[in-house]
Design a protein. Structure first.
Length: 255
């Protein structure tokens, strides 16, 4: 496969079933050239047991699986854009210039484990942008999973109360104040904010933090991440995620 830095792997739910999606982030320029108007996808058996509690998410295993994809990635005038692992199979997605040529080369490989091949016109690459690419919320939920796993590896007791800070940014001061007023009424969070906008990367915005204490061994943090993502949007702001204090290493924080 291409450089690891070009790929994003995240977990999501498809029709109520847990799935892993790996998407190629380095090909947007090629896709936007409109030279690959057809999307083709098909499924093959997944060689590893799909179980969220085991090491299926380890990059080494995904890299090992990627070796089986090398012959498929050699099909000319096509782009391998990603795959979805769902239950006991993986569905592969390609964009191609000529769907008939792709079908012909694929058949010449005589791969008896391929399910039905589906081809459709997708000149604007809607499947890639609207389905395969992770949403902002999916990225934050996935980052939360990784953070909790790292905390556990550091020997942290997730059942204890941790000091957690959630970060937001707003361009509109009035909407920021409405957001603050909403949470000030609940008396659940210690709220801090910048009175004047800060400048970063040629942009100016106000910063808000909500601080509280919570255990991390249940779904509370996931529910908050989803809630804050949606409510920040309601106030034309952006939720930037959370960080927490590590209890067994004083002075360190993890986010």
């Amino acid at each position: 496969m291409e450089s690891k830095n070009s790929w994003q792997t995240y977990r999501t739910s498809i029709k109520g079933t847990e799935a892993i999606i790996t998407v190629n982030l380095s090909i947007t320029e090629k896709l936007d050239s409109h030279l690959y108007p057809y999307v083709i996808h098909f499924s093959i058996p997944f060689p590893l047991p799909f179980n969220s509690t085991e090491s299926i998410y380890e990059q080494a295993q995904l890299d090992q699986f990627s070796q089986t994809l090398l012959p498929l990635m050699s099909i000319s005038e096509s782009l391998f854009v990603g795959y979805i692992i769902l239950q006991n199979k993986v569905t592969l997605y390609f964009y191609t210039k000529h769907s008939e040529t792709f079908h012909s080369q694929l058949q010449q490989m005589k791969l008896d484990y391929i399910d039905e091949i589906v081809s459709q016109s997708d000149p604007n690459c809607d499947l890639y942008y609207d389905f395969l690419l992770p949403s902002s919320l999916e990225m934050k939920l996935n980052a939360t999973v990784e953070t909790l796993a790292l905390l556990h590896q550091e020997g942290e007791d997730l059942s204890l109360l941790h000091a957690i800070t959630h970060k937001f940014q707003f361009e509109n001061r009035e909407l920021m104040e409405d957001f603050i007023d909403f949470y000030a009424q609940q008396s659940l969070f210690n709220i801090q904010y910048t009175d004047k906008p800060v400048e970063y990367d040629n942009e100016a915005f106000y910063l808000v933090t909500l601080q509280h204490e919570s255990a991390l061994d249940d779904d509370t943090i996931f529910n908050l991440v989803e809630k804050f993502e949606l409510q920040a949007e309601e106030y034309a702001g952006e939720y930037n995620g959370w960080e927490c204090q590590i209890l067994n290493q004083t002075g360190k924080s993890l986010h």
